[in-house]
Write a protein that binds this ligand. Structure first.
Ligand code: FMN
Length: 344
C-alpha cells in the first residue's frame, strides 16, 4: 500500500505534515516528529517584526560605532526576540540544523504583512537548506478606506516578488476572509505559488469582563473548524495547478481521511500535537494506514478528491442550497433542540 503523495513538487512518504508551531522550533522535536511518521515539517514562522527589529538593531550598532568608542557596542541588546525567540540568524541556524538532523523536507515560514524583508530572507532560507517556503500574510485591515482589491494586490505582489527570487517551491497560507477565495487562489498560482494552505487560523482577541480589557489568550482549534478548509479544498481540488494542504481542525484519523477525500495533497496538524504530544503523529499516520488497509485501498490516489466539487454529482452541497438544507433539517423538529419552553 502506498501513502505517498506529491506536495509542492516534493515526494512525501505520507500526507501528514506538522504545521508551524513552537513545537517545531527544537531540533530534538523535529527528530521525534520524523520518528512518529511526519512526512514534512513546517518550522514556526520568522516574523516580519523580528526582521525589522534586527535591521534597526544593526543600524543602531553602525551609528554607535561611527560616533563613539567600540566599547559602546556592547551596550546594545540583541534584536527583539518576538515569538519563539527567533530572530533571523537563529532562525537560519534552525533551518540548517533541522536539515542536517532529519531526512524529511523542512519547510521554512515567513510571516508578515508589509513587503519589507521577504525576498532577502526567502533567499537566506533557501541557502540555509529549506526544501520549501510557506508565506503567511496576516493582516487585520482597520483602515476603512482600504479595499479588498488593495489588500489582494499587495499580497499578490509579495508572492510574485518572493516566487521570482527563489528556486524553492513556495506555498501561501491563505486567510479564509476573502470574498472570492477561488479567484484569489488562481491569481496567486498565476503569480508563482506552487501550493496553498487552507487556511491560516487567525487569533482574535477576546474581552475579559472582570478586568474590562481585551485579552490575548490562545485557544486550540476544535473539530467544527475543519469544515471551512474542507469546503474550499473540495471546491479547488483538481481545478487549480497547485498543491493543496488543509490546516485547521485536523484532530483525528477521520479528519485526515476527510481532508484527503475533499482533495488535499497534504494534511497539516498543530493543535492536536500540542494537546496530545508529538507521539500523536504516529496515531494519525498508523490510523490512516489502517483505514486504507481494512478497505483494501492500495493508494492515496484512490481516495484523494473523491468528494471534491469536480467529481461530485450533486454540486449543490457546496453552495447556498446546502445552507438552506442544514437550516431546514434543524427547524424540522424544534422541540428536540430547545431546552426552554416554546413561547407560541
Ligand atoms: C501555539 C501556536 C503557534 C503557531 N505559530 C504559527 C507560526 O509561527 N506560523 C504560522 O504560520 N502558523 C502558526 N500557527 C498556526 C498553525 O500552524 C495552524 O495553522 C493552526 O493552529 C491551525 O491548525 P490546527 O487546527 O491543527 O491547530 C500556530 C498555532 C499555534 C496553536
Amino acid at each position: 500500500m502506498s501513502l505517498s503523495t506529491q506536495y509542492l513538487g516534493l515526494t512525501l512518504k505520507n500526507p501528514m505534515i506538522a504545521s508551524a508551531s513552537p513545537l517545531n522550533s527544537k531540533v530534538d522535536n523535529l527528530r521525534h516528529l520524523e520518528d512518529a511518521g511526519a512526512a514534512a515539517i513546517v518550522l514556526p514562522s520568522l516574523f516580519q517584526e523580528q526582521i525589522e527589529a534586527e535591521t534597526e538593531n544593526q543600524i543602531s550598532r553602525v551609528e554607535a560605532f561611527a560616533n563613539s568608542s567600540p566599547e559602546a557596542l556592547s551596550y546594545f541588546p540583541a534584536a527583539a526576540n518576538g515569538p519563539y525567540g527567533m530572530y533571523p540568524e537563529r532562525y537560519l541556524d534552525l533551518v540548517r540544523r533541522g536539515k542536517e538532523s532529519v531526512d524529511i523536507p523542512i519547510i521554512a515560514s515567513l510571516n508578515g504583512s508589509s513587503r519589507a524583508g521577504w525576498v532577502e530572507h526567502a533567499k537566506l532560507m533557501e541557502q540555509a537548506g529549506a526544501s520549501a517556503l510557506e508565506l503567511n500574510m496576516y493582516q487585520v485591515s482597520t483602515n476603512l478606506l482600504e479595499t479588498g482589491r488593495d489588500i489582494e494586490a499587495h499580497y499578490r505582489d509579495i508572492v510574485q516578488a518572493v516566487c521570482g527570487s527563489v528556486g524553492l517551491p513556495v506555498s501561501v497560507k491563505l486567510t479564509p476572509y476573502l470574498s472570492a477565495i477561488g479567484n484569489f487562489a488562481t491569481t496567486l498560482v498565476g503569480h508563482g505559488a506552487k501550493g496553498l494552505v487552507l487556511f491560516n487560523r487567525l487569533m482574535e482577541p477576546d474581552i475579559d469582563l472582570l478586568l474590562m480589557k481585551m485579552t490575548d489568550t490562545l485557544e486550540f482549534s476544535d473539530a467544527a473548524e475543519l469544515r471551512l478548509p474542507l469546503l474550499w479544498t473540495a471546491i479547488l481540488a483538481g481545478r487549480i495547478k497547485a498543491s493543496l494542504a488543509i490546516s485547521t481542525g485536523v484532530r483525528t484519523v477521520d479528519d485526515v481521511v476527510k481532508a484527503l477525500l475533499a482533495g488535499a495533497d497534504a494534511v497539516m496538524t498543530t493543535s492536536a500535537l500540542l494537546r496530545d504530544g508529538i507521539g500523536y503523529m504516529s496515531t494519525l499516520t498508523k490510523g490512516l494506514h489502517q483505514w486504507m488497509e481494512v478497505r483494501e485501498i492500495a493508494s492515496l490516489k484512490d481516495v484523494r478528491g473523491m468528494m471534491s466539487w469536480q467529481r461530485s454529482r450533486d454540486r449543490s452541497v457546496y453552495t447556498r442550497a446546502n445552507y438552506l438544507r442544514i437550516l431546514e433539517h434543524y427547524s424540522a423538529s424544534p422541540e428536540d433542540k430547545f431546552p426552554w419552553p416554546r413561547l407560541d
